[in-house]
Design a protein around this ligand. Sequence first.
Ligand code: IMP
Ligand code: MG
Length: 175
Amino acid sequence: MSADDPTDILLSSDQIRDRIEALGLQISSDYAQSESLILVGVLTGSFVFLADLIRRISTPTVVEMISVASYGDATKSSGHVRLLMDLQNDIEDCDVLIVEDIVDTGRTLNYLKQLLSQRKPGSLRVCTLLDKPSRREVEAVPDYVGFEIPDRFVVGFGLDHAQRYRNLSYIGVLE
Ligand code: IMP
Ligand code: MG
């Protein structure tokens, strides 16, 4: 830790690990019959969560990444979502599970669900580590939620502020 790291810990690494284990079990059971599960990680924030989650999933799984821009360096959403990097492969008839770090205004998820549903996946669901339902501006309902959190700006475990703090092993509040 360096001196200006957030010391206000919202979720400890132990809490996060236990919750991810439970999510992995749930997803493995829900997709036990699936022959085409694709986890779509939303870069950059979800990569830490995705890395831990996938090792808790026992169903055969393919990983893809997609990249969208919404926030820039501010702690406020610009309201715009832009596709920066698309999937590598077709998802038609596949079971697609979008893996997000956090759902805030819901704009990113709304955009991604619209984009991917046009490609006719067999199913399309969302798993997010964190959910801030009180901040929603557009409808976005994740199917799997690690933790519901209050309206605070959080960093760590993949989440950043101006690209910093992603390496923290816990979720901390940045004031
Ligand atoms: P939304 O489109 O407003 O739902 O925002 C989703 C994206 O905003 C997330 O994928 C994050 O990259 C970013 N974001 C929202 N809230 C936070 C936060 O508290 N900490 C860090 N990033 C956040
Ligand atoms: Mg994100």
